[in-house]
Design a protein around this ligand. Structure first.
Ligand SMILES: Nc1ncnc2c1ncn2[C@@H]1O[C@H](COP(=O)(O)OP(=O)(O)O)[C@@H](O)[C@H]1O
Ligand SMILES: [Mg+2]
Length: 165
């Protein structure tokens, strides 16, 4: 009998559009202070997922890849800000220390691409999503909730996924 892990969830996306739709469902659940950690190689689909997350959250700004900018912030009509940090160019947590994470999550959620690079400065409680290239248009997404709050968030997201993606 398989072990049912309530703190994790696995999904295979079959297209970039589907990844964006999944992101939108999760994005709709995100609140100020929430931290989403993304891991996976270049081309795994992290930025594509972030496009869905920000749009589901309610961003009125277009979402670009912040690889040349460390942090992008997207606005919403109520003045909240969704922060998108790409740690690809950060070599270690010392660099990340210069980032004011508290300030980034004060008025919105924070999503971190290449989170393992700065794991030392990220809160232990978070929702981690690992993306893996399977084939041309297939990507595996492995969600893992760290902490009670994120377990509840993941449960709400799973319920929303039952409606289809
Ligand atoms: N199922 C899928 N989910 C996400 N991206 C996909 C998928 N299938 C193909 N792709 C393509 O893979 C690339 C992923 O790029 P990107 O989202 O920038 O990845 P990363 O940020 O992880 O480097 C895009 O060109 C996207 O169109
Ligand atoms: Mg990216």
């Amino acid at each position: 009998m398989p072990i049912l892990e309530s703190n994790s969830y696995e999904f295979i996306s079959r297209s970039p559009e589907q990844t964006r739709r999944v992101g939108m469902r999760l994005g709709a659940e995100l609140k100020s202070g929430d931290i989403i950690c993304l891991e996976g190689d270049l081309g795994a689909g992290k930025t594509t997922l972030v496009q869905g997350l920000a749009s589901g959250w309610g961003s009125t700004d277009p979402i670009s890849s912040p690889t040349y900018v460390l942090v992008n912030q997207y606005r919403r009509i109520d003045d909240e800000r969704f922060a998108h940090l790409d740690a690809y160019r950060l070599q270690n947590a010392m660099d990340a220390d210069a980032l004011d994470l508290e300030e980034l999550i004060a008025n919105g959620p924070l999503v971190v691409e290449w989170a393992p690079r700065i794991i030392e400065v990220l809160p232990e409680e978070n929702l981690n999503i690992k993306m893996t290239w399977v084939e041309e248009e297939h990507r595996q997404m492995y969600f893992k909730a760290n902490g009670d709050y994120y377990q509840k968030l993941l449960e709400d997201f799973k319920k929303s996924m039952l409606g289809g993606s």
